[in-house]
Design a protein around this ligand. Structure first.
Ligand code: MEV
Length: 301
């Protein structure tokens, strides 16, 4: 049996702006999805959602990987079992993590000889097939780990701080939120385009703040980025409550991570404040997850 795992991701800066080729900073975080694989008579896919064969309703991402790999390198059957600590559909890249962990598991079982670049780009093609459109960032960061400047894909210094994620548990559709920003930009191009470009500038400034380990300023700019995300209409009451409670509890900065409209926020936190921030996120109706950046992208466990 082979077990591979892959991490979730958060945006320190730049979601939405990145869709318009502005800069962003994305980090792999130590919340993982694990995929076990072994040879079997049939195809069996097991997760908390149920036990199926190839099934595009219940296990679309894993089924797509199974199908694609079978066409390239035929095999009789495999039994795949998935366990995940990444909340699904919350902007933390759960689908990217399950896709790259499954590809890595096949790569090792069938000795396919794929390097990490190939795993990331194969993973992106699977996400595109299932979602229609998908940014390559999630699969890239989950495969490579660390802190990555987008679109350059340059590795930056990891923040030596904790990250406290707050999950609103409110479903949001990335596609709808990206379309909402596109529509605002269409109606008010002279207003919205400079906001997106300012988000990109905050992200670029964030790169040098990470380099200098200036986390106070980094947090301040994350707060500025949050204001700009509100301005382009991707905030919501539940996220605002978690963000403001985190700041009151001592976060250096707090903002949406991912598409917004629900899903998760992320707070940059020093050790002494993580308990208070987690408590306040809970009191404000969210589910806190204390984590940090990991250099460990997809791996064999
Ligand atoms: C969603 O996680 C990030 C967005 O920028 C969309 C994308 O980059 O595909 C909102």
């Amino acid at each position: 049996m082979i077990t591979c795992s892959a991490p979730a991701k958060v945006y320190l800066f730049g979601e939405h702006a990145v869709v318009y080729n502005e800069s962003a900073i994305c980090c792999a975080v130590n919340i993982r999805t694990r995929v076990n694989i072994e040879y079997s008579e049939n195809i069996v896919i097991n997760s908390s959602l149920g036990t199926t064969g190839i099934d595009y309703e219940i296990h679309p991402y894993v089924s797509a990987v199974v199908d694609k790999i079978r066409k390239k390198s035929p095999y009789r059957g495999v039994s795949i079992s998935i366990e995940s600590d990444i909340p699904v559909g919350s902007g933390l890249g759960s689908s990217a993590a399950v896709v790259v962990a499954t590809i890595c598991a096949f790569n090792n079982l069938l000795k396919l000889g794929m390097d990490k670049e190939s795993i990331a780009s194969f993973g992106h093609s699977i996400e595109k097939e299932i979602q229609g459109a998908a940014s390559a960032t999630d699969t890239y960061v989950s495969t490579m780990g660390g802190t990555v400047a987008i679109p350059a894909r340059r590795h930056l210094k990891n923040p030596l701080c904790n990250l406290v994620i707050g999950n609103t548990n409110v479903f949001s559709s990335t596609g709808q939120l990206v379309a909402k920003v596109a529509s605002l930009k269409n109606i008010y191009p002279e207003v919205i385009t400079p906001i997106l470009s300012t988000i990109g500038k905050a992200s670029l400034r964030g790169e040098s703040l990470l380099e200098n380990e200036d986390y106070r300023a980094l947090g301040e700019l994350m707060n500025v980025n949050q204001g700009l995300l509100e301005a382009i209409g991707v905030g919501c009451d539940e996220l605002s409550r978690l963000i403001h409670s985190s700041r009151t509890a001592g976060a250096l900065g707090a903002k949406i991570t991912g598409a917004g409209g629900g899903g998760c926020m992320v707070a940059l936190a020093e050790n002494e404040n993580i308990d208070a921030i987690s408590r306040e996120i809970k009191n404000a109706g969210g589910i806190p997850i204390v984590t940090g950046v990991t250099d460990s992208g997809v791996r064999v466990d």
